[in-house]
Design a protein around this ligand. Structure first.
Ligand SMILES: Nc1ncnc2c1ncn2[C@@H]1O[C@H](COP(=O)(O)OP(=O)(O)O)[C@@H](O)[C@H]1O
Ligand SMILES: [Mg+2]
Length: 235
């Protein structure tokens, strides 16, 4: 699913990832580490949002730097701040926006669901995330938890093969954090990369990677990796 070989990512003068080599085939991968350790950079690299300065990256068999269109089609990104992810005035329109036709580099339109199929998919996504009754409500009037459910509906309506979630529960109360996590962990045929400071959530993943100052400090069983992180906190 994910293979990195000798990857360095530079952001301005900072080496946000340094010589990262890892391979992971788990369905769900937790990404943990201190603030500034490189979690978001790793997430953005996998999503094709930042380039590697050196090394090779393989996500779902694709090179994110070269296969931009296919990666965008197969990968969905969920961020911490639900407000930043809302683009349309109403809940239903916002979910439908995720299914809009996407232009390719050469101006060719990809196959898209027809209008009726798209409407069915939007309705199913609203239902799955408990938003049906809110469909016509202004998106920006939703609560924080509801907004994050809306962000998930927009991500999942595209039936992604991989969901990359960067601290998706950071701004939520415990109840909403649990709801969002449960949706992310539902096996809907997608893989999950989950950057989080919630170590209980990290333990729910099949594998975990611990970053420290842009390098991989540990990767493997979440229990072991979380224990290593907790031990490092006592130093
Ligand atoms: N846009 C940017 N320009 C320069 N440096 C950045 C930028 N974004 C992040 N960094 C730096 O890259 C490093 C890794 O950041 P980040 O991946 O956001 O860490 P995390 O998500 O684990 O908090 C940090 O040193 C951070 O200050
Ligand atoms: Mg981050």
């Amino acid at each position: 699913m994910i293979r990195l070989q000798g990857v360095t990512v530079r952001l301005g003068d900072v080496e946000a990832l340094r010589d990262v080599t890892l391979a992971d085939d788990a369905r769900t991968l937790a990404v943990i580490g201190d603030n500034g350790s490189g979690k978001s950079t790793f997430a953005r690299l996998l999503a094709g949002l930042v380039p590697a300065a050196s090394g090779t990256v393989d996500v779902l068999g694709l090179d994110p730097a070269r296969n931009v269109d296919e990666l965008r089609r197969r990968v969905a990104v969920v961020l911490s701040n639900p407000d930043a992810q809302i683009v349309m005035p109403t809940v239903a329109e916002d979910v439908a926006f995720s299914l809009r036709p996407q232009r390719r580099a050469r101006g060719i339109r990809k196959a898209q669901p027809d209008a009726a199929a798209a409407a069915d998919r939007v309705a199913a996504a609203l239902d799955r995330f408990g938003l049906t009754k809110l469909a016509e409500r202004p998106s920006h009037d939703l609560s924080g938890g509801q907004k994050q459910l809306l962000a998930l509906a927009g991500a999942f309506v595209r039936r992604p093969d991989l969901v990359i979630a960067d601290e998706p529960t950071a701004y939520l109360d415990a109840r909403n954090a649990r709801r969002i996590a449960d949706h992310l962990f539902e096996d809907a045929g997608h893989r999950l990369v989950l950057a989080t400071h919630d170590l209980a959530l990290a333990r729910r993943c099949e594998a975990a990677v611990l970053f420290e100052r842009g390098r991989v400090r540990a990767i493997g069983e979440p229990g072991d990796v979380v224990a290593e992180y907790e031990a490092s906190l006592r130093c």
